[in-house]
Design a protein around this ligand. Structure first.
Ligand code: API
Length: 301
């Protein structure tokens, strides 16, 4: 299998990530390989982060983000932290500038091992999300699910973090809603021409909320970094929270700051290496190395 490349199974607060090293190659990880990798319980994932050679001076790498259904995503906060950890372990560098289809992405590893990603400016225009119909106020759009006169979820805030998000605000425990049932319906609702990541959020205080996400192209996940950012900015925009919020996702807390000075959203959280191996990016056939996560912490690919 001379055509294999190095890859690592990692996670960002339980968001299942495969980081694949495509540097020095012209080909890409195929949708076929993605679907095959996701079908094997050992490599089941939410996103693949494929690291390619940089295309522009001053950037460290180009990154392709691939959902487990083989579709491409424009942003993945948790996966970006995984890439930073792997490249920091390889190079000793702490600060990185990545290029994705959504633009430039700055990220940095801190002394304590946590990683911050500058997710850029959120966008709120109905055609930027995008929505299929014009809505002037995207803090609350007309969309509901459940009985017409007593909807289970309704009036979400919508935002783009490069990728489309809808946040439904709820009063009860986020676990009491059947997101596995409503998620696929809402993800594919005609109001979202490019589909959407669907979250339910419960505000706990001016600085904290609970969040569960049904990810576009990946389904229920333990964490979704871009959704945490979309929820935090939507919380602040609707007056529910301040601009600095701890977003508790099923995998743990993410710290989000919507910076006043430049409108950028900074997401901070951990990344974890689980094991490494080699994979054929055309077919998804893979082999594991011997080493697995003990207390080894960060590791190069
Ligand atoms: N897990 C990712 C988001 C993936 C988004 C993807 N599901 C899409 O937009 O299609 C994150 O941490 O931000």
């Amino acid at each position: 299998m001379a055509d294999n490349v190095q890859f690592a199974r990692m996670n960002g607060l339980g968001n299942k990530i495969l980081v694949v090293d495509m540097r020095g190659r012209k080909d890409r990880v195929t949708p076929h390989a993605a679907v095959a990798l996701n079908a094997d319980p050992a490599t089941e994932f939410d996103q693949i982060m494929a690291i390619h050679d940089a295309k522009a001076a001053g950037t460290d790498a180009w990154i392709d983000i691939i959902n487990s259904d083989g579709s491409m995503a424009q942003a993945c906060g948790n996966g970006t932290r995984c890439v930073v950890q792997a490249l920091a372990a390889e190079t000793g560098k702490k600060a990185f500038l990545f290029h994705t289809v959504a633009g430039l992405l700055e990220a940095r590893e801190h002394e304590d091992g946590t990683i911050s990603v500058d997710m850029g400016s959120p966008r709120f225009g109905w055609n930027e999300i995008p929505l299929a119909e014009e809505f002037h106020d995207t803090r609350r759009i007309e969309l509901q699910i459940g009985p017409i006169d007593d909807p289970v979820l309704h009036s979400p805030s919508v935002a783009s973090m490069g990728n489309p998000h809808a946040i439904f605000w709820v009063d009860n425990d986020v676990w009491s809603y059947e997101l596995d049932r409503f998620g696929p319906l809402l993800e594919n609702h005609p109001i979202f021409p490019e589909r959407a990541n669907i979250s339910i959020a419960r505000v706990r205080s001016r600085h904290a909320m609970d969040l569960r996400t049904w990810e576009r192209g990946a389904g229920l996940t333990l964490a979704c970094g871009s959704a945490a950012c979309a929820a935090a900015v939507s919380g602040a925009r609707t007056g529910r929270t301040e601009r600095t919020v701890t977003v508790n996702v099923p995998g743990g807390p993410l710290f989000i700051e919507w910076r006043e000075r430049d409108d950028h959203v900074i997401m901070t959280g951990p990344a974890e290496w689980e094991w490494s191996g080699t994979v054929d990016p055309a077919t998804g056939a893979f082999q594991r190395d011997g080493a697995t996560a003990g207390d080894s912490g960060a590791r190069a690919l």
